[in-house]
Design a protein around this ligand. Structure first.
Ligand SMILES: C[S@@+](CC[C@H](N)C(=O)[O-])C[C@H]1O[C@@H](n2cnc3c(N)ncnc32)[C@H](O)[C@@H]1O
Length: 296
């Protein structure tokens, strides 16, 4: 299990291959190592010079909401975990809250590389991990590496919808969160798509647009969702200039909150709130959530 030290003395860690080689490749659940497509590699994103104003507005408002959540829940001199940190877009927001250490995790090599570039501009102590949060082996490795830090806040911004590809992947993720070395009042918070909004619109039309430059295409969303069929419910999300593997968008999974919340409750968390974030013309396309209190 190794990492490498970059010029900036920042570390990126990942699970090493069995033959000892260091590589950007990630392994799959069955243990086979395969090269994944890197949907979040900034180099590969479809270039769009002009992002329309509605989408720009949505982004600005989302950034404000993220800034507020981080400043409310990250304590000075604490250890913070940023799950699916992406390109490190929150590094500067989080730095302002003065944590003792920032730990960023993402499964996209391109995104983590960019996060590392950005981290050259910050003074906050940080560690980056290139890992899949739904993979048991990766999360086991991660938990072992970070157990020396007692984490008091965990954030996950705009990425919950990648944790629900299957029930077992989601359970691996919840199990990982339960096993982290945490303080008594550790909080887990973030922003996630509003499943209700997506589901309601998908019933009427297969493809709809929450705002200009942004499309959601339902793939397999059943009319009735319950605790037995909540995982793997696919839709495609396209946002001009940012989430755009191709014109169809990226595959995401519905975050059916009743089942998600129950899984967290079963593993000792309590949900303090989940509420719509009115960031765009009362459309409530996002939910803010906060869990507290799980301690091993
Ligand atoms: C929409 S981006 C959000 C990035 C960042 N949190 C932000 O708010 O700017 C979603 C991120 O989730 C990451 N991701 C998706 N599936 C993941 C997984 N299984 N494990 C870790 N990261 C994952 C992607 O690589 C991507 O960087």
């Amino acid at each position: 299990m190794e990492g490498f030290i970059s010029k900036t003395k920042s570390k990126i860690y990942w699970c090493s291959l069995e033959n000892g080689q260091k590589t950007w490749k990630l392994h799959d659940v069955d243990g086979a190592y395969t090269k994944r497509s890197d949907n979040y590699d900034p180099q590969k994103m479809m270039e769009k010079n002009k992002v329309n104003r509605e989408l720009q507005f949505l982004r600005t408002e989302s950034n404000l909401a993220k800034r507020k959540l981080h400043s409310d829940y990250i304590k000075t001199n604490s250890s913070h975990l940023d799950l699916a940190c992406g390109r490190g877009g929150d590094l500067f927001k989080i730095e302002k809250t003065n944590p003792k250490i920032y730990i960023g995790i993402d499964s996209s090599p391109g995104a983590i590389k960019e996060a590392l570039n950005r981290s050259q501009q910050i003074k906050m102590k940080h560690r980056m991990f290139l890992l899949d949060l739904t993979n048991e082996r990766d999360t086991g490795f991660l938990n072992a590496k970070i157990k020396k830090y007692q984490v008091s806040s965990i954030s996950m911004m705009f990425a919950f919808h990648y944790m629900l590809e299957s029930q077992s992947k989601f359970e691996t993720f919840v199990d990982f969160l339960s096993k982290i070395n945490k303080t008594n009042h550790c909080v887990f918070y973030g922003i996630t798509p509003n499943w209700n909004y997506i589901h309601k619109h998908a019933k009427n039309t297969l493809s709809f647009s929450p705002c200009e430059g942004c499309t959601i295409k339902a793939l397999n969303l059943p009319e009735k969702i319950d605790k037995d069929n909540y995982a793997g419910l696919k839709y495609k999300f396209y946002a001009e200039g940012s989430v755009s593997e191709n014109e169809d968008g990226l595959t995401e999974y519905l975050v059916f909150w009743p089942a998600v919340e129950q899984k967290f409750i079963d593993s000792g968390w309590s949900c303090e709130f989940v509420k719509p974030l009115d960031i765009f013309n009362g459309l409530y396309v996002q939910f803010m959530f906060k869990f507290t209190g799980n301690k091993i």
